[in-house]
Design a protein around this ligand. Structure first.
Ligand SMILES: [Zn+2]
Length: 213
């Protein structure tokens, strides 16, 4: 029985989580299904009930995924994204690539130009994406130094370094670094602008409410 259809959580699959996590101690497929349920729940308004109803299962799942990551599996990024979801970082979990050839769209906070951010084999740059000419007016990204990393950035970086994921660790320093706008030349923090524009609707509503309250 598959619990996930596309990005949507099928009713009842959350209830199956504790049993799946028990199976996941010895079965990789159960681990992947449990992880998929958690990732789906975090993007589907079910995140809070899940943590309230199944704290032990979530804690064990976190441990199992962490153990799997330390074996440096071929699908490392899958476990990495699952851990991010468990940590409540679902906007990163849902968008994170492995930085082999990742592109992000971020609006310049000063002139509102849609800036293309490339991190990967094509280079690490900000640019204006012209549909005929490609990425034009490229500017080199300015990666964060390891000392500058804090919060989730530092947590993600340390995890990638622990497990020998050099490409991922380097990509995180670029994502947590700064970019120059190709039009107005202002310099801004990529992650901050990206997260602000890509918070899920539910959380945006909550933030708006808490401001009013
Ligand atoms: Zn600009």
């Amino acid at each position: 029985m598959l619990c996930i259809e596309g990005e949507t959580l099928v009713p009842g699959s959350l209830a199956a989580l504790p049993r799946l996590v028990t199976l996941a101690r010895s079965e990789t497929q159960a681990l992947e299904m449990a992880g998929a349920i958690v990732c789906s729940a975090m993007t589907d308004d079910q995140g809070e009930p899940m943590f309230v109803e199944h704290p032990d299962a979530i804690a064990e799942l976190r441990e199992l995924v962490d153990q799997r990551l330390q074996t440096r599996p071929a699908d490392y990024i899958w476990g990495f994204r699952t851990l991010l979801a468990i940590e409540g970082q679902f906007h990163w979990s849902a968008t994170f690539g492995d930085f082999s050839d990742d592109f992000y769209e971020v609006a310049c906070p000063h002139c509102s130009l849609d800036v293309t951010i490339a991190i990967g084999g094509y280079g690490c740059y900000s640019a204006y994406r012209d549909w005929d000419a490609g990425d034009v007016d490229r500017r080199d990204l300015r990666p964060a130094s390891v000392a500058e990393l804090d919060g989730m950035g530092r947590w993600m970086y340390n995890l990638a370094v622990r497990d020998g994921q050099d490409q991922l660790a380097a990509g995180i320093t670029y994502l947590m670094g700064r970019a120059e706008c190709p039009r107005c030349a202002s310099v801004f923090h990529i992650a901050g602008e990206y997260a602000a524009a890509n918070l899920p609707p539910l959380l945006s509503v909550r933030l708006a409410r808490s401001k009013i309250g």
